[in-house]
Design a protein around this ligand. Structure first.
Ligand SMILES: Cc1ncc(COP(=O)(O)O)c(C=O)c1O
Length: 353
């Protein structure tokens, strides 16, 4: 059997959720959108269910997958509804929804939902991606109240740069949110992972941790005590000696500087390991660090075993996990851990509880 697999440590996931909840105070929605950032939404939600305050997903289908798996905790749709039919499903499955633009209020006004809706009204406090402008907020809130079918209204916003501790954009967004919502009642929710860990002034009634649940610190190097949840690993499936000067792999990007013992590993960009990483990117073979050499292929990649005489066929190769932080690979690939984790596919997923 091909040895490529993603090991998912559900105990680490729970540890990270507890850490988020205690650092933030109040309650915390576990963000499990995008298949729990690539970790498996149902398995992750089940692992958190006994202690979680609720979940957040991006859209209806993601919520329905959780409901079908027996998850009965609150689930918030971060993008809200796209049409009136979705509103029926929201009511049927007792979901919470973000309202971030006027068309969604119009849909609610025209529908006659049987139960009071739980709405999270989103303020654009400066990210300028989604949400009502501060000057529009009061009217939006009033329309929801006047509608008569809206129960709780939670006030929320989202930060653009919470993972940048030396940039003042987050406190500016907090101030803009506070000013826009000053006279409005109801719980508040501001903080994503970066703000939970780095901006205590942004803590309110609900945190919304995402990436930190999966153990990738949004401020790499900050020593926040997160535990990696996914280990992406495979094994050495062939070993070859190449002489100094010999090219290796597609495009002959790498040339051996010395006689080199090359390990061929069953993992490639079709599995989600990024093709863009350079020679020298760290990998761990039997828990010892070495380097990737040569371009990553679709199903295979090559590593330097010259200084690892004990490495052999079948040696375990960690691409990221406890030895190699996923943030380190994201940096090498000029992207973020979010994208790498979401992209893992085709490998076997194995869960430990
Ligand atoms: C509205 C909202 N809240 C919370 C999160 C979680 O963010 P993070 O993964 O940075 O914690 C996201 C993710 O993008 C989001 O869109």
């Amino acid at each position: 059997m091909r040895p490529a697999r993603a090991l998912i440590d559900l105990d680490a996931l729970r540890h990270n959720y507890r850490l988020a909840r205690s650092r933030h105070g109040g309650r915390a929605l576990a963000v499990v959108k995008a298949n729990a950032y690539g970790h498996g939404a149902v398995a992750c939600a089940r692992a958190l269910a006994p202690e979680v305050d609720g979940f957040a997903v991006a859209f209806l289908e993601e919520a329905l997958e959780l409901r079908a798996a027996g998850i009965d905790q609150p689930i918030l749709l971060l993008e809200g509804i796209f049409d009136a039919d979705e509103l029926d499903e929201v009511v049927r499955h007792d979901l919470w929804m973000v309202v971030h633009h006027a068309e969604q209020i119009r849909i609610i006004d025209h529908a006659k939902p049987a139960l009071p809706l739980d709405v999270w009204l989103k303020v654009n406090s400066g990210m300028n991606r989604a949400g009502f402008m501060p000057h529009e907020l009061r009217a939006a809130w009033q329309r929801l109240k006047d509608n008569g079918r809206v129960g709780n209204i939670t006030l929320m916003t989202h930060f653009a740069r919470a993972d940048e501790p030396h940039v003042l954009s987050t406190p500016e967004q907090v101030a803009a949110f506070d000013a826009a919502t000053r006279d409005l009642p109801g719980p508040r929710s501001l903080a994503n992972s970066g703000a939970i860990l780095g901006w205590p002034d942004a803590h309110r009634d609900w945190g919304r941790p995402g990436i930190l649940l999966y153990g990738a610190d949004p401020m790499p190097g900050a020593a926040n005590g997160l535990r990696p949840v996914m280990t992406l690993e495979s094994a050495v499936m062939a070993i070859r000696e190449i002489p100094a000067g010999a090219p290796l792999g597609y495009g002959a990007r790498f040339h051996a500087e010395r006689p080199t013992r090359v390990g061929l590993v069953a993992m490639g960009y079709a599995d989600g390991y990024p093709r863009t990483v350079p020679d020298g990117t760290p990998v761990a073979v039997d828990d010892l660090r070495t380097r990737l050499i040569g371009r990553v292929s679709m199903d295979m990649l090559t590593v330097d075993l010259t200084d690892l005489p004990d490495a052999r066929l079948g040696s375990r190769v960690e691409l990221w996990g406890n030895n190699i932080p996923v943030n380190r690979i994201a940096e090498a690939a000029n992207t973020i851990a979010y994208e790498l984790l979401c992209n893992v596919k085709r490998v076997r997923f194995e869960y430990t509880d």
